[in-house]
Design a protein around this ligand. Sequence first.
Ligand SMILES: NC(=O)c1ccc[n+]([C@@H]2O[C@H](COP(=O)([O-])OP(=O)(O)OC[C@H]3O[C@@H](n4cnc5c(N)ncnc54)[C@H](OP(=O)(O)O)[C@@H]3O)[C@@H](O)[C@H]2O)c1
Length: 281
Amino acid sequence: MRAARQAGRMNEHTTHTTTEITTADAGFTGRVVLVTGGTSGIGFATARLLLARGARVVITGRTEERLRRAADRLADVSDGGARLLTVRADAADLSDTERLMDRIRESYGRLDGLFANAGVGVFERLESTTEADFDRLVDVNVKGVFFTVQRALPLLEAAGPGASVVINASWTLHRAMEVAPMYAATKAAVHNLARSLSAGLADRGIRVNSVSPGYIHTEMYDEIITEEAAREATRVAPPLQRVGSSEDVGEAVSFLLSERASYITGQDLAVDGGLVMKVPG
Ligand SMILES: NC(=O)c1ccc[n+]([C@@H]2O[C@H](COP(=O)([O-])OP(=O)(O)OC[C@H]3O[C@@H](n4cnc5c(N)ncnc54)[C@H](OP(=O)(O)O)[C@@H]3O)[C@@H](O)[C@H]2O)c1
């Protein structure tokens, strides 16, 4: 967590334990929710919260091994795995996405919630971004999200009015980001997608929102926060003065997926300790 160390003023992130997870959202009992990219970080924490609140959860990832490890770590909140379905699916691969939806249709016949979370962080400046970097970012972060929602639509409609989609964007969509312009652009793209979809799907009773996590301590954060980005983190440090936890974001996603958010659609919810609203300086 180089950024946090350099920032100095940020405190260590906090992490929920199983016993701390509130079961207030008991409305999830019996609901079926897909979390793409659920093997680690924000997706994993969200899956854990939803399982603890009674949902049946489907998680995806690119390898069986990481899915198996995640399933082991979720056994205590999923009735020993009975309420958890793991499906190996690369979000950038349309045939994988179709196979994923087939599995969900066979197992549950519907989707009450979708958290389109799978994403990659390729942090390169304009000059150093290769065509391969560009394609990877767009394939996973934009194409993956678009076709996940498109292919999930019949299952969301099958759930009846009240289905909810949350797309994982990023605080970077709200700010100029010279160290990672294409990453930031993919997140702006999916936020705008959430808005357009929310308008288009409202008459079917499907809500669509995005979340914009700030600096969140996850595997991606540890991998991509460069010295340069860490300096930037220090400069625009969040007023709440800590790096966020995956559970901080999971709580917001859980709320947006729940019926408690039934009058909220087309919005972006920043979960960033106040990062984007603060004037840098
Ligand atoms: N951490 C932050 O500070 C932060 C801030 C803003 C936004 N975000 C966004 O949050 C989301 C989750 O990131 P994270 O920070 O939680 O990182 P993470 O711990 O690295 O998790 C990424 C997840 O996405 C999955 N994934 C990656 N590529 C995939 C693909 N092609 N198909 C299916 N699954 C894929 C990974 O699974 P496998 O590796 O097992 O395939 C993993 O479960 C991303 O969209 C990211 O852009 C993160």
